[in-house]
Design a protein around this ligand. Structure first.
Ligand code: MLT
Length: 317
């Protein structure tokens, strides 16, 4: 019998698939401390996580039977992929399954920050009627700069074009002609920075992209730029962004992700007037959570059964 541990909240549809698998049994144990997780790892052939569980080298080392770690979602920054590879453990994710949700969250934040939706709501429920204070700006005719033109970046581009935006994108792994087919100009990063009215990030955290939004790069941007981040907090130097917001170089920001999550009490961005915050909700839709859950369960079961390994992010020798 295959034994699978689900250590973060997983969509019901995925749990039902696990319950129906005649050759597998699963335990759902969320909120485990590292010690608790390390203690039970030797019992399991498969581990399914979202972003909450830190699957570090110690946890993997205790997974003496472990063959696969499945990430219900895209980012694998909570998993020590190099350590897993050394132990011959497959790490897989579910690319595409929550892309629409993340693109829609990007548009929602872009619109909300442009139209002061949250402060206007708060003002009204406080008994005020401040129409003049909340005049906004339109997306129409603005330039959107997209950093990272993968699945999510492209879905954002399609939606932004429907809003009348001109879209520029930067992605070293994409061909200019592929972007051109979508009516998007693929340009170098400095051009995205210098021309964007809105800048949105859709790239993974790598040594090259970590804190790519820093004080010098912000200074290359137009005064009054609006920055949206639903990708990963580590792409932004939070102190530099806070400083640029206070100086007015950055007009506003909408942030769904943070360097540490939840954000530290002294996070310099929390409480700034022109920043809209959400708690990493990019993939939090009913549809996306059903998709990631069923996709990862199907992939993990197929991998453990030796049928097929899909969407592995590491290569085993
Ligand atoms: C992802 O990487 O799939 C998203 O950030 C959502 C999540 O962390 O669950």
């Amino acid at each position: 019998m295959l034994r699978i541990l689900v250590s973060d909240k997983l969509g019901q549809a995925g749990l039902e698939m696990l319950a129906k698998a005649a050759d597998a049994e699963y335990d759902m144990k969320t909120g485990l401390s590292k010690e608790e997780l390390v203690g039970i790892m030797p019992s399991y052939d498969g581990l399914i996580v979202r972003s909450g569980t830190q699957v570090d080298a110690d946890v993997l080392a205790r997974g003496t039977k472990l063959k696969v770690v499945g990430r219900a979602g895209i980012g694998v920054d909570n998993i020590d992929v190099a350590a897993a590879t050394k132990q011959n453990i497959v790490v897989m994710n579910t690319p595409g399954s929550n892309s629409v949700a993340t693109a829609e969250q990007t548009m929602a934040l872009m619109l909300a920050v442009s139209r002061h939706t949250v402060p206007a709501h708060n003002s009204l429920v406080a008994g005020e009627w401040n129409r003049a204070q909340f005049a906004g700006v339109e997306l129409n005719d603005k330039v959107l700069g997209i950093v990272g033109f993968g699945r999510i970046g492209r879905l954002v581009a399609e939606r932004a074009k429907a809003f009348g935006m001109t879209v520029l994108a930067h992605d070293p792994y994409v061909k200019a002609e592929d972007a051109a087919k979508m009516g998007v100009s693929l340009v170098d990063l400095d051009r995205v920075f210098s021309q964007a009215d809105y800048l949105t990030l859709h790239t993974a955290v790598t040594p090259e992209t970590t804190t790519m939004i820093n004080y010098p790069s912000i200074k290359k941007m137009k005064k009054g730029v609006i920055i949206i981040n639903v990708a990963r907090g580590k792409l932004i130097d939070e102190a530099a962004l806070a400083e640029a917001l206070q100086e007015g170089h950055v007009k506003a920001a909408a942030l769904d992700v943070y360097v540490s999550e939840p954000p530290a009490a002294d996070n310099p961005l929390i409480g700034l007037p022109h920043v809209l915050h959400t708690p990493h909700l990019g993939a939090s839709t009913v549809e996306a959570q059903r998709n990631v859950a069923t996709q990862i369960v199907s992939q993990v079961l197929d991998c453990l059964r030796g049928v097929e390994t899909r969407n592995a992010v590491n290569k085993l020798s």
